[in-house]
Design a binder for this molecule. Structure first.
Ligand code: PLP
Length: 427
């Protein structure tokens, strides 16, 4: 049970809670291994009979304190850090899927997730059906097969900024007896808690707003504890029947609501090893302390930039869920009444070449392969993050060839708008 309910307080106070005489700041436990006085106790740790650390590839105390904070922010029961958002996406799915299984995925997910799930996981024998997040429940139902094991989507899609109807996706997933996994990177737990609307697992690229300073690549997975794996025991045999690679442990029997994260830790982390470095977890923790303040500023700045662009004569279109004219305005109000995120996309009347020219003229906003940073940054997804996609896939993913992704930072709004203004004048 968390000590605090207010997210601002959780961000500062949760996770590492020093007792008398301990360091005020979360210590970086820069140790790969841990010492024990008896070999019998070490044996019990290996058997999962006792809680404790034995090797940082599986678990590290610094990481666990930060995971605990993220867990409380999302309202989950268990959480883990991973080395990257990509690792979080992969583990979240692979923890319940194997060769011969099938995933339903929203077409608008981040390009890296799209590639991972439709290409790399396909090579591992996991098939995927791509669905339009705006489809009706009836249309979505048709995507499911006997061997479907989960649904994967993003709260706010990067960079299409499609707002997911989380309740609709949860209903459809649950009707087919599978969990809904939601990548909540862009909204962050400050603006949206997908568990409140029926999502079962949440993932994050902590590299984005959570770190917020472009310092540390990382990821996180949080389990709501709400999905009843045992109710569909045959479907989720990896969780509900003995794991021969782990002394015959049955995760749901032994760990109850902690089953999913325990399996991902002791089996996937053990075998695949995508642990976050304690140093990065420390930096992530520093970022988390100011997340609510930064999200507030990101959102108010982004709203002002979106309104400025919408009124500009050289701008052909603007996509931001905070604009009343936006297709997803109502959904954003429902799921994220405090604000959505600081990312905007737009196109210029001069098309792709004008977009590239304008970006080169920006001075404050830097061209970087990054998003959700304290510093304003800009990217042309068709030439950068999504360049592996065909034109058809780009359209499906909601990425127009002229789309400029503008990640509004926390600088003073006047300076951000002045920079955009001069760049637009020059095209
Ligand atoms: N999910 C989303 C929504 C992202 O934007 C990204 C990266 O941009 C990822 C996952 C992958 O995260 P990482 O770069 O930390 O591996």
């Amino acid at each position: 049970m968390a000590d605090y309910t207010k997210k601002e307080t959780i961000c500062v106070q949760s996770g590492w809670k020093p007792t008398n005489g301990q360091p005020r700041v979360l210590p970086i436990i820069q140790s790969t291994t841990y010492k024990y006085d008896s070999s019998e106790q070490m044996g019990r740790l290996f058997d999962l009979e006792e809680n404790g650390y034995f090797y940082t590839r599986l678990q590290n105390p610094t990481n666990d304190f930060v995971a605990q904070k993220i867990c409380e922010l999302e309202g989950g029961v268990a959480a883990m850090l991973t080395s990257s958002g990509q690792a979080a996406t992969y583990y979240s799915i692979f923890n319940i899927c194997e060769a011969g299984d099938h995933v339903v995925m929203s077409s608008t997910v981040y390009g890296g997730s799209f590639n991972l799930i439709t290409c790399t996981m396909k090579k591992m024998g996991i098939e995927c059906t791509v669905v339009d997040p705006d489809w009706s429940e009836e249309e979505l139902n048709k995507a499911f097969c006997e061997n479907t094991k989960c649904v994967f989507a993003e709260t706010i899609a990067n960079p299409a900024l499609v707002v997911l109807d989380i309740e609709k996706f949860a209903r459809v997933a649950h009707a087919h007896q599978v969990p809904l996994i939601v990548d909540n990177t862009f909204a962050t737990p400050i603006n949206c808690n997908p568990f409140q609307f029926g999502a079962d697992i949440v993932t994050h690229s902590t590299t984005k707003y959570m770190d917020g300073h472009a310092m540390a690549v990382g990821g996180a997975i949080v389990d709501s504890g709400n999905f009843d794996w045992d109710a569909y025991g045959e479907k989720f045999a990896g969780l509900t029947t003995p794991d021969e690679s782990y002394h015959g442990v049955t995760y749901t029997k032994k760990f109850g609501k902690g089953a999913y994260i325990t399996k991902a830790t002791v089996q996937l982390m053990r075998d695949l090893g995508s642990i976050q470095s304690p140093q990065n977890a420390f930096l992530l923790n520093v970022g988390l302390e100011t997340l609510p303040l930064r999200m507030e500023r990101h959102c108010s700045n982004a709203q002002a930039v979106a309104e400025f662009l919408e009124a500009h004569e050289k701008v052909a279109w603007v996509n931001y869920p905070g604009l009343k004219s936006n297709k997803y305005y109502e959904l954003a109000q429902k799921y994220m009444p405090k604000g959505s995120c600081g990312v905007i996309s737009f196109g210029l009347k001069g098309g792709r070449s004008a977009a590239e020219k304008m970006m080169d003229k920006l001075q404050l906003a830097a061209i970087v392969t990054h998003v959700a940073d304290a510093r304003t940054c800009v990217l042309h997804p068709a030439s950068h993050t999504h360049r592996q996609m065909t034109d058809e896939q780009l359209v499906e993913a909601g990425v127009a060839p002229d789309l400029i992704r503008f990640s509004v930072g926390i600088e003073h709004i006047d300076d951000i708008i002045a920079d955009l203004s001069q760049a637009l004048e020059n095209v």
